[in-house]
Design a protein around this ligand. Structure first.
Ligand code: TA6
Length: 297
């Protein structure tokens, strides 16, 4: 912690502190915005524009344990999404959110915007479950918008195909009142239990949440607009380098089944995830780099 602060802290803007579960947290507080980033999973757990309500949701029951993912904020999902389709028994949503990331830089521009770069390189542990070499570089820009960019470089000798997501949890006043625009007419895989048919095409109406919702919208580069009338707030999610958008709310039963998710918390959140999943997975040749970015306004 002391070394991190000596090397990277910016007085009255960015400092490292022991966070929940004594996990190391970078706390950013400027005149423009506030944000928290844990080294565990390079996990952004908090973002709030000065004078406004927080945008990201965190479960009050989240684990803060090196062997568990943090519940809420922006989990970084890599190199597979959801359960592992092939290969040995592996954690849901890959390993990137479970490892400790390094700080490459913490900088503040003249306008007060703070940019943090975190990195992770695959190692012998990850090669046991995923036999490739990659370097991940995650840039988080904390200003009047929150901009998160995940860069994946193939540092090995063989090509690999990966899935990824910035699995963003948004806080809402009541998920039953929200609407999400931008995915009209897009085809999605419906992963909710008892889903009618696997592939469904979204009609011309905004998405509303009336039951467990778990949809993987394919081949879409659209910006989404989350309307939360209860807090008279509109959040815009723009994206680059992402062809998949996932929309998720666990609803009652699924929320109750998760130990790190309060039974009644499902009404206060919705995930709108910037991703590349399934047919939109990314093929990366040796030496190549891919960048995916989410901008929250
Ligand atoms: O993004 C939606 C989803 O894939 C759901 O199926 C649900 O599993 C959610 O992610 C959370 O997964 P986690 O492993 O973080 O509990």
């Amino acid at each position: 912690m002391k070394d991190l602060n000596q090397q990277f802290a910016i007085p009255s803007a960015a400092q490292f502190l022991p966070g929940e579960g004594n996990l190391t947290k970078l706390e950013i507080r400027t005149t423009i915005a506030a944000a928290d980033i844990y080294l565990h999973g390079a996990h952004v757990t908090h973002y709030q524009r000065r004078g406004e309500q927080p945008i990201l949701w965190m479960s009050k029951r989240s684990w803060f344990d090196v062997s568990e993912p943090i519940r809420g904020g922006v989990p970084v999902i890599f190199p597979w999404f959801g359960p592992r389709k092939d290969g040995p028994k592996s954690p849901n949503h890959g390993f990137a959110r479970l490892v400790s990331w390094e700080i490459e830089s913490v900088k503040q521009a003249n306008d007060g915007v703070v940019t943090v770069v975190l990195t992770f390189r695959t190692n012998e542990q990850t090669r046991l479950i995923w036999p490739y070499d990659a370097e991940l570089r995650y840039t988080v820009v904390v200003g009047s918008t929150l901009v998160m960019s995940l860069e994946v470089r193939n540092t090995g000798q063989s090509a690999f195909r990966f899935e990824e997501a910035l699995h963003t949890y948004f806080t809402v006043s009541d998920v039953r009142q929200i609407s999400i625009r931008g995915l009209e007419g897009v085809t999605y895989f419906d992963k909710a239990p008892g889903a009618s048919s696997l592939r469904v095409t979204q009609d011309g109406q905004p998405i509303t949440i009336v039951s467990e919702t778990d949809r993987v919208y394919m081949a879409t580069r659209s910006r989404c607009v989350l309307e939360d009338p209860g807090s008279s707030r509109r959040t815009v999610i723009e994206k680059d380098g992402s062809d998949t958008t996932v929309v998720w709310n666990p609803w009652i039963a699924k929320a109750a089944a998760m130990p790190d998710f309060g039974n009644d918390e499902w009404t206060q959140m919705v995930c709108i995830e910037t991703a590349n999943v399934g047919d939109n997975a990314v093929e990366l040749a040796p030496g190549a780099t891919h960048l995916m970015r989410a901008t929250l306004k």
